[in-house]
Design a protein around this ligand. Structure first.
Ligand SMILES: [Zn+2]
Length: 316
């Protein structure tokens, strides 16, 4: 089998696409689904939860793990702090995310060098995070994330999940990590092809135009924040914008998104009511769309103190 020969994505097979943003306020302004790192919401919390943005679109929560580990060499947020923060965001933002990433450990060579650990240990720690968060914070829609670098790594990680009691083929969605910076390569196309053939429903972290064109039809969903880097690198400022650059500009982000998804020649972005049909056992996405009121247990009293400490960590 030549797994490198992946047919181009048909127009009718576009995956659900989340526009990445560092600006949590975009949750109130965007007409399209968003992908928000936990850190972006933490920044708002220092002003008090009453200032938290309210979600008007589907969104998913990213761990922001690459930037965090690249900076600190480890997770400086404890699993309890992380899970407690996501619980509170689900309440304050007024709507649960489609899914939330665990505290995963990426396996790009620069991240492995930063932690001084092995790919295998990064994979073990990622499984541990999923198990912990699902056990301690069962009302959040945590997804397993596959980490690795070569195809064999990812296949081994599938087996590690199985041994931990998680059958990835039965999961509504599984994140595919450590692909963002090489998402347009034939190697990632091959990895996606094999995992898809195994029956795993994938979210491609950071998969954008070239990757979508190559293997987007094999993904359930993907996200990208590349527009912000593009605006900064290419010094883009749209006519009519009064900021210096459009690297935090929703107007530019939406233009970039339209251009990215034009590879599918698809009209009209999917909207709030048409989110990923994920069923985490706590109600379907359409159920959640009609139920704006949070139905989560209140945070444990000690979590608030932890959150204050965490906010300081992120804003120091
Ligand atoms: Zn702008």
């Amino acid at each position: 089998m030549n797994t490198l020969c992946v047919p181009e994505t048909p127009a009718s097979r576009r995956p659900y696409f989340y526009l990445g943003t560092h600006r949590a306020r975009h949750l109130e302004q965007s007409p399209v689904p968003l992908f928000v790192p936990v850190q972006a919401l933490l920044r708002y919390q220092r002003h008090g939860h009453q200032h938290m943005p309210k979600a008007r679109v589907n969104y998913a929560l990213d761990s922001g793990g690459y930037s965090h580990i690249a900076k600190y060499g480890e997770w400086t947020i404890s699993p309890e702090e992380y899970g407690g923060a996501v619980y509170r965001f689900m309440e304050y933002v007024g709507y649960p995310p489609d899914f939330a990433a665990p505290q995963d450990f990426m396996c790009e060579p620069e991240i492995i060098r930063k932690t001084g650990l092995t790919v295998h240990l990064h994979q073990e720690l990622t499984v541990d995070s999923v198990l912990y968060l699902r056990h301690e914070f069962p009302h959040a829609p945590w997804i397993p994330v596959l980490q690795g670098y070569r195809l064999d790594d990812y296949l081994l990680h599938v087996e590690m999940y199985r041994q931990a009691g998680i059958n990835l083929t039965a999961e509504p969605l599984v994140g595919l990590g450590s692909v963002c910076r090489r998402q347009s390569t034939a190697e990632i196309g091959a990895i996606v092809t094999v995992l898809h053939a195994m029956g795993i429903r994938l979210h491609g972290f950071g998969v954008k135009k070239q990757g979508l064109a190559r293997y987007g039809h094999l993904l359930a969903s993907s996200d990208s924040l590349a527009w912000s880097y593009t605006a900064r690198r290419e010094k883009i400022r749209l006519d009519g914008c009064d900021h210096r650059l459009c690297n935090n500009c929703l107007r530019y982000a939406l233009q970039w998104r339209a251009d990215t998804l034009a590879v599918f020649d698809q009209p009209a972005p999917q909207t709030f009511q048409q989110g990923l049909a994920l069923d985490f056992g706590t109600g379907s996405t359409s159920d959640r769309a009609e139920q704006r009121q949070p139905r989560l247990p209140m945070p444990k009293p000690h979590d608030r103190g932890i959150l204050d400490q965490m906010t300081l960590t992120f804003t120091a």
